[in-house]
Ligand binder design. Structure first.
Ligand SMILES: [Ca+2]
Length: 192
């Protein structure tokens, strides 16, 4: 009996570990990305999911950067399917420049509706997390259970946005199809 109990405990621990591990899978790496504008012809949006965590854009092309004149900067990733998003980890620039720019921003989880292939048209977004004070690193857990295909980071102030790496952690739910959110945050149908 003791042996059976031990075996059960070992199996239970193993499956708990598997579940916990799968629950925190990183799902953004090398997925399609967009940003509102691009600074010159470098600092592309893909730099935020390229697996390079260097936080020093002043010495190389490791990070994203929207245009200096962008008054509504955002960056987004298409996860390719509907996931339950647990947390988003952000590595901002940490080279001593412009720390104040990366403040007062929202992390949004966006769910497509009516099979519209456009990322944001007819989509529903929910606020996962709001960050007010400047940061160079953030591990943000969504305030509620959230389901979506796109994750967007959007500044609320007219500043350029620089992201050196973004991890999105979540659990696969389904491939995209029409759906409705019970906690509608706002429609993006009028946005570019
Ligand atoms: Ca990077």
């Amino acid at each position: 009996m003791d042996m059976l109990c031990k075996m059960f405990f070992i199996l239970w621990t193993f499956f708990c570990f598997l579940f916990a591990a799968s629950d925190t899978l990183e799902i953004a790496r090398n997925k399609p990305t967009k940003q509102s504008t691009n600074m010159e012809n470098i600092r592309h949006s893909q730099n935020a999911v390229d697996g390079d965590y260097l936080q020093t854009p002043s010495i190389g092309d490791f990070c994203t950067h929207t245009d200096l004149a962008d008054e509504s900067s955002w960056w987004a990733v298409d996860l390719g399917a509907i996931y339950e998003i647990s947390n988003v980890i952000i590595f901002g620039r940490n080279d001593g420049c412009c720390v104040e720019r990366f403040s007062n921003f929202d992390i949004e989880v966006i769910k497509p509706c009516r099979n519209n292939p456009n990322w944001f048209v007819d989509s529903v977004r929910e606020l996962c997390y709001h960050q007010q004070v400047p940061i160079t690193f953030l591990n943000a857990s969504c305030h509620n259970r959230m389901f979506g295909q796109y994750v967007r980071i959007r500044l609320n102030d007219p500043n350029p946005l620089t992201l050196c790496e973004v991890e999105v952690h979540g659990t696969f739910i389904s491939y995209s199809r029409s759906g409705n959110s019970s906690r509608k945050y706002s429609s993006l149908s009028q946005e570019k």
